[in-house]
Design a protein around this ligand. Structure first.
Ligand code: ADP
Ligand code: MG
Length: 228
């Protein structure tokens, strides 16, 4: 077991009342497996990822990462947990304009105090894993949208996360490049043995998922096991 959500309810202030963004959500994502989360815009998908990432504390429920319940942890402990166990890929690849591809990855662990040489080796290895070894010294403006998204994904893996959370990585890509990014995430999930949650709009990409969860109005259901 690697990521376990249980009884998650999350509300946001909404005028005089509160809006229920997540309603009693439970989800189990084993290590080395991919769970796709689909649902209409505004159904709660990004909120679900933010709670799983421990960036938002839910009103109720428990997020357990690698067997450790996160309830009651201090902000510092949560930051530490995120740094070591969680990789997050946001919708927009927010790369730093002045850094090369390999440097985008290297800064992740320099923050963490690991040896720069080891960080560079790991960064180059991951760029190779996302088929960008030959683009290591390019800056974001010299890369295509698909390449930038691959750098973004490689960067999320720098800390060897247990949990990989990916929010609509294909929304800015055409179908073919989108499919390649999903293939990549699937391969990395198995290779790096991450518990991966992938939020996606495009149902055509879902054949690789081990589990498909649907979200409607904050309620999550897992309709049927995927048998492939
Ligand atoms: P999705 O990612 O599926 O589009 P979200 O999780 O972003 O859905 O949003 C779920 C619901 O919560 C929506 O109704 C949205 O307007 C609302 N919401 C999201 N973030 C906030 C926020 N920070 N404050 C208030 N309401 C929010
Ligand atoms: Mg969203």
């Amino acid at each position: 077991m690697s990521l376990h959500l249980s009884g998650i309810t999350l509300t946001y202030p909404d005028g005089d009342t509160r809006l229920t963004a997540l309603d009693q959500v439970g989800l189990e994502v084993p290590k080395g497996s991919l769970t796709a989360v689909v649902g209409p815009s505004g159904s709660g998908k990004s909120s679900l990822l933010a709670v799983a990432a421990t960036l938002i504390t839910p009103d109720a429920g428990t997020v357990t990462i690698d067997g450790t319940p996160t309830t009651g942890l201090s902000r510092a402990e949560l930051t530490d947990l995120r740094r070591h166990k969680i990789g997050i890929v946001f919708q927009q690849p927010n790369l730093i304009a002045s850094l090369t591809a390999v440097e985008q990855l290297q800064v992740m662990v320099q923050i963490d105090g690991r040896k720069p040489r080891a960080a560079r080796d790991r960064a180059l290895e991951l760029l190779d894993a996302v088929a960008l070894a030959d683009q290591a010294d390019r800056r974001p403006h010299q890369l295509s949208g698909g390449q930038r998204q691959r750098v973004n994904i490689a960067r999320a893996l720098m800390n060897d996360p247990t949990v990989l959370l990916v929010d609509e990585p294909t929304s800015a890509l055409d179908h073919e490049r989108g499919a390649a990014v999903i293939d990549l995430i699937t391969r990395l999930t198995h290779q790096q043995a991450t518990a991966t949650v992938l939020v996606t709009h495009d149902r055509t990409h879902l054949t690789a998922a081990d589990q498909i969860a649907e979200v409607h109005d904050g309620r999550l259901t897992v309709p049927a096991a995927v048998t492939t």
